[in-house]
Design a protein around this ligand. Structure first.
Ligand code: G3H
Length: 540
């Protein structure tokens, strides 16, 4: 039955509703440097969609267009623009009052909102994210910017007062760190990138931004908004291979902050290139293998439905996805049965189709990689529990529920980042605790259970292992006001609306002895508005 469904998975052009058709391929040659959209005359990288279209020649992968393959030299020109705009902290942008920087970001947000439809369509075509989730990604990003502005106003209000400690009068403000390199992941090419890019900018840093490996064209509609909303050189957008461009930026030693969402290997390779390691700050969101643990006393309906969305929303391509499930032997049979039934109810199709949740995968070679993990598990005794699990067509891989999974299988440790759901049966909870303790990752986990003693024991066992413990709920990043971080190879630093403002800044203290002459001097600076730092201005 599934095979039939996959036979008709990819549409012909005529079957796509008019408003979702892609149209002619986009040849992008522009990139943004020093407040100008420049034209790249060199080689281009082809942008392929995960979507195939039926044609007389069979199913053919859609070519969406191309983007500039900048060379190292051009990337360094962009870096120099950011370095000049920062001007060792003396530039107009890092010196601007907070209220004025906020106005620039508000201007950008208004311009960005105008591009919602184009960006959402590109999200669907470039990474295969369904319509609802693509809209959510756009709207969540706008909300994040609004919340960031509010959080900064609050931070600034608190910094507008002086503090008196042990006869020392001081004012403490957060100031920028310098030139920031921002790189995001392909699964949230807009949202995750902007959760570092916007806080970096609003705190007064200047930025070189390189879009993710997929979800690249969708930044194009925002280039004019960036150009027109910020002073020249404050935001520079470059394209090309990371090896060619980003390596050169890091090796230059001129990057002060490295904001990167990707693999821990990629992050370490790039960090090592920086000649001045103590100058470099990093905000990293990296690999994860979040486990879901199902206890014997459990509301199974809830556990299954959370585990299904936790493991399979956006086809499992979320850093926070549940990537391995430990299920107690007493409930495992029922768990598998219900899980398989829920997977069967998920609709495969194209991202714009109503109610679709399973879509094609953007990474070339991903279907083969998942097939390899599956074959390895089968060879070592696992079975595919759900009907049609592991069948594929072109870039589409139908989710496979694998059971019983054991430590000898690759899927036990490797981050699949796709629709493979390994289930490990257990009797002794200690085996599960040991998995978490021994893991190289430490982002989040989920505990499903109703016995307070068992849940309480596990919370304590894991509190020093991961950044977030979810009880009877899937793992996730949101709400964005909550801290998002990880231990071991999973992250460096903590991001949330509030934390990100701190990650991209440092506190500077201006202090003086509390005596008449100093009080008079400071009062005069404030009264005459002779400093942007020493001020009691209050942002409403
Ligand atoms: O890919 C990792 C994202 O931060 C996950 O965010 O949990 O909201 O899907 P999410």
């Amino acid at each position: 039955m599934t095979t039939n469904r996959l036979d008709n998975l990819f549409p012909s052009l005529a079957e796509i509703p008019e408003q979702y058709r892609f149209g002619a391929p986009i040849e992008q040659r522009d990139y943004l440097v020093d407040g100008q959209l420049r034209t790249w005359e060199g080689p281009l990288a082809s942008v392929r969609s995960p979507v195939f279209l039926k044609s007389e020649q069979g199913e053919q992968q859609v070519i969406l267009g191309s983007t500039p393959l900048l060379d190292a030299e051009t990337a360094l020109v962009a870096l120099d623009a950011a370095v000049r705009a920062y001007a060792n902290g003396q530039g107009a942008w890092p010196s601007l009052r907070v209220a004025e920087r906020i106005q620039h970001v508000e201007t950008f947000l208004a311009r960005m909102r105008e591009q919602r439809e184009r960006v959402v369509k590109l999200l669907m075509w470039e990474i295969g994210k369904n319509l609802k989730d693509s809209q959510k990604e756009f709207d969540r990003t706008c909300d994040y910017i609004v919340d960031t502005i509010e959080a900064l106003k609050e931070l600034d209000r608190r910094s507008s007062r002086f503090e008196l400690e042990q006869d020392t009068l001081g004012q403490i403000r957060r100031v920028p760190l310098g030139v920031t390199l921002c790189m995001g992941p392909y699964n949230y090419p807009l949202n995750e990138t902007f959760t570092t890019l916007i806080p970096a900018l609003i705190m007064g840093n200047t930025v070189v931004f390189k879009p993710a490996k997929f979800g690249v064209l969708l930044i194009r509609p925002l280039l004019e908004a960036f150009r027109d909303s910020f002073p020249a050189g404050v935001i520079n957008v470059i394209y090309g291979s990371g090896r060619e461009t980003v390596s050169a930026l890091m090796a230059s030693g001129k990057i002060d902050v490295f904001a990167f969402i990707g693999t821990h290997k990629g992050a370490s390779d790039l960090k090592k290139l920086h000649p001045r390691p103590h100058r470099l700050r990093a905000a990293l969101g990296l690999d994860a293998k979040n486990p879901g643990i199902v206890l014997p006393e459990v509301d199974l309906d809830n556990a299954v439905s959370e585990a299904v969305t936790g493991a399979l929303s956006f086809n499992g391509q979320r850093c926070t996805a549940l990537k391995i499930l430990f299920v107690h032997e007493d409930v495992v049979e029922r768990f598998l049965e219900q899980f398989a039934a829920k997977v069967a109810a998920l609709k495969p199709g194209m991202p714009w189709e109503e109610g679709v949740s399973l879509t094609p995968l953007p990474e070339p070679g991903k279907v083969e990689y998942l097939g390899g993990l599956l074959a390895d598990a089968l060879e070592q005794g696992a079975q595919v529990v759900n009907a049609g699990g592991g069948e594929s067509r072109g870039s589409f891989f139908y989710p496979a529920l694998l059971y019983p999974v054991n430590p000898a299988m690759r899927i036990y440790q490797e981050e699949q980042f796709g629709p493979l759901v390994p289930v490990v049966p257990y009797r002794d909870l200690q085996a599960v605790i040991d998995y978490v303790l021994d893991s190289d990752f430490g982002q989040q986990l989920s505990i499903f259970g109703s016995d307070s003693a068992q849940v309480g024991r596990l919370v304590d066992a894991f509190a020093n292992q991961v950044g977030r413990i979810n009880i009877n709920a899937q793992c996730q990043r949101g709400p964005d006001s909550f801290p998002f971080n990880g231990r071991k190879n999973s992250a460096e630093g903590t991001l949330s609306v509030h934390d990100a403002l701190r990650v991209f800044s440092i506190r500077t203290l201006v202090a003086t002895k509390f005596q008449e002459s100093n009080k008079a001097l400071v009062s005069e600076i404030i009264r005459n508005r002779e400093s942007s730092f020493l001020t009691t201005d209050y942002i409403f």
